[in-house]
Design a protein around this ligand. Structure first.
Ligand SMILES: [Zn+2]
Length: 384
């Protein structure tokens, strides 16, 4: 080992052991060390510079609160499901109880879990956004993160919004076991409806670090995948791969640049231009002449509000004598607010899922649609 490589190793080791830059809202420290070049930075100036190092242009970690401030048009952010909070289904305990860890993180960050979801505008364009927060238990994906993302996707699908998710995660949350792993499939299924059925746009933005279960699901399912410069993106850790393959990996392995070169991501955008890049991409997509039109199930097109759901439940409960067409009429009236004067002419577009009903006569659009109800034992539950 030459003296220069020894100095280089020592410097890297020092940086590795230095306190990380995860600046929390309650943290009153004034200075921070750059993870990449080791330069000491004044936090106030760093925040003004979107947490990009003055010395080496490295993009330091940014929490979700700051990201919303910098990324979403001022005053347009509307959070969704912010009160969702995780319980401890496995009663998991390592050095500390999971419930205690959760409570600690909630107090430190002021968030309920490792993601904030909601709607807002960028450059005047409405979008649905999910922003993961690495400062909350390493941005790990538990059942709450999965559920919030799924609900956000479903909301974006129903409202026809473009979906943007900022990924920053250490992977699935081990304290919730299989419940956190099943979120990967759940999110992917919701994304399938968003992208392939409704033909809406989804862009994930990979920030440092995006690893584990997040990389293995929604981070890689985007129509276009953006990443921040020099972001760490991978599935398993570098050491695990090296030990398994018994090979030395390249130095820039699992960086955004390496992945762009190998075709896994589409674009690397600096934090200074990400807002404009997304706005331009959405406009380009919206104006595309060959764009396919999406299909949505009736249920998705006319989503019920909570009070409408309750009205419908009562209607079904109190309607022992009501026949199916009568029930459909009431449902139609409830959803659209229109009373269909002519009986039996319910204007429903035949949808692909109508094939599920047996012997549906072939009818022209807007003509009488006859649904045959499969014979089942009497039940109060009707799937709308
Ligand atoms: Zn630096």
């Amino acid at each position: 080992m030459s003296i220069f490589s020894w100095i280089e190793d020592e410097k890297n080791l020092k940086l590795l052991n230095a306190p990380k830059s995860g600046h929390r809202p309650g943290d009153l420290s004034l200075w921070i060390r750059c993870e990449n070049c080791g330069v000491i930075l004044y936090i106030k100036h760093l925040q003004q510079n979107k947490r990009v190092c003055f010395g080496c242009n490295y993009h330091l970690q940014m929490n979700s609160i700051e990201r919303i401030e910098r990324f979403i048009d001022a005053g347009t952010w509307r959070p969704i499901n912010e009160t969702l909070s995780s319980c401890d289904p496995l009663k998991f305990k390592d050095q500390k109880k999971y419930s205690e860890r959760l409570k600690e993180s909630q107090e430190q960050t002021g968030l309920q879990d490792a993601i904030q979801t909601g709607t807002g505008f960028i450059e005047g364009i409405p979008i649905a956004v999910g922003i993961m927060d690495f400062t909350f238990m390493g941005g790990s994906m538990g059942s709450v993160v999965g559920e919030k993302i799924t609900r956000l996707i479903e909301y974006a699908t129903a409202q026809g919004l473009t979906l943007i998710i900022f990924c920053a995660s250490g992977g699935a949350r081990m304290q919730e076991g299989i419940l956190s792993l099943m979120q990967m499939a759940k999110i992917s299924a919701a994304l399938n409806a968003h992208q392939n059925t409704a033909k809406l746009l989804y862009i994930p933005i990979l920030t440092s670090p995006t690893t584990g279960g997040v990389t293995a699901s929604f981070a890689m399912l985007g129509d276009l995948i953006f990443a921040e410069p020099r972001a760490l993106i991978g599935f398993a850790g570098r050491r695990v791969i090296e030990q398994t393959l018994q090979e030395q990996l390249p130095k820039d392995f699992q960086t955004a640049e390496y992945l762009l070169h190998h075709g896994l991501i589409d674009l690397i955008v600096s934090r200074f231009f990400i807002k404009q890049a997304i706005a331009e991409t959405i406009i380009l997509y919206q104006q595309a002449p060959t764009k396919e039109l999406g299909l949505l199930a009736f249920k998705e097109r006319h989503r019920l509000t909570i009070s409408q759901e309750e009205q419908l439940r009562r209607l079904v409960e109190n309607s022992s004598n009501l026949n199916f067409s009568g029930l459909m009429k009431s449902f139609f009236h409830l959803v659209t607010g229109k009373k269909e004067e002519k009986t039996g002419l319910l204007k429903l577009k035949p949808l692909p899922f109508s094939k599920a009903f047996k012997k549906v006569p072939k009818v022209n659009k807007y003509k009488r649609v006859k649904f045959l109800i499969p014979k089942t034992p009497k039940s109060d539950i009707i799937d709308v």
